[in-house]
Design a protein around this ligand. Structure first.
Ligand SMILES: Cc1cc2nc3c(=O)[nH]c(=O)nc-3n(C[C@H](O)[C@H](O)[C@H](O)COP(=O)(O)O)c2cc1C
Length: 189
């Protein structure tokens, strides 16, 4: 049994990143016996890291903030695959994804050892700009920080030219690519 944690970083339901994640999961469903947490950050109440550093004192309960990020952390602890989907907002990931990343501070040990070693991770992005390479630096730095928690980035898929709400739904080739990726990940699990 495979456990998948899906983090949706867009406030838009049935928008582009939402559609991309669903295509990936559709492919996976054909192959994998899986459980899944579908976590829409916009629906969760949480704030950024408060820098209390309590998470460095214990490995049992990594974060002492009693908010909805507890649900995300619990899901991550049992995950075999993590999917993080974000639109590009103001030349970066959305504010909720950035706050999620800050709260991953709990997944550094006291000696900065990663607490999610080898967790397979797929990153999905959607952007208004046509240039696929426009945000290469954003993606690279984001992957760099994910790597510090031990996440193993297995794939990054970017939908460009997606200023319209239903852009992803119209991109059949992209959706097929995501379904194929889902099938492949499920086969490997
Ligand atoms: C507040 C805001 C900021 C945005 N900033 C950017 C940007 O900096 N670069 C870009 O390419 N697209 C930008 N966009 C466009 C979105 O990234 C694009 O429409 C994306 O496909 C939305 O994904 P969603 O439907 O999953 O929410 C922005 C959209 C909004 C609402």
């Amino acid at each position: 049994m495979m456990h998948v944690t899906c983090i949706l970083g867009s406030p838009v339901r049935e928008g582009n990143t939402d559609t991309m994640v669903r295509a990936l999961l559709a492919g996976m469903k054909e192959k994998a016996d899986k459980t899944m947490d579908w976590l829409v950050l916009n629906d969760l109440v949480f704030r950024g890291c408060q820098a209390c550093n309590e998470c460095k004192e214990t490995s049992v309960s990594p974060c002492v903030e009693e908010d909805d990020m507890q649900v995300v952390h619990e899901s991550l602890r049992k995950a075999d695959l993590l999917v993080v989907a974000s639109p590009l907002y103001m030349d970066g990931v959305t504010a909720s994804v950035k706050a999620f990343i800050d709260r991953l501070n709990a997944f550094f040990g006291a000696d900065w050892s990663p607490r999610l070693p080898g967790l397979k991770t797929v990153l999905l992005y959607s952007q208004g700009l046509e240039d696929q390479d426009a945000y290469e630096e954003v993606f690279r730095l984001t992957e760099q920080v994910y790597g510090k928690f031990g996440l193993q980035i297995v794939s990054r898929v970017v939908l460009e030219n997606a200023g319209e709400h239903d852009a992803a739904a119209k991109r059949v080739a992209l959706l097929e690519k995501l379904e194929a990726l889902g099938r492949e990940l499920a086969r490997e699990s």
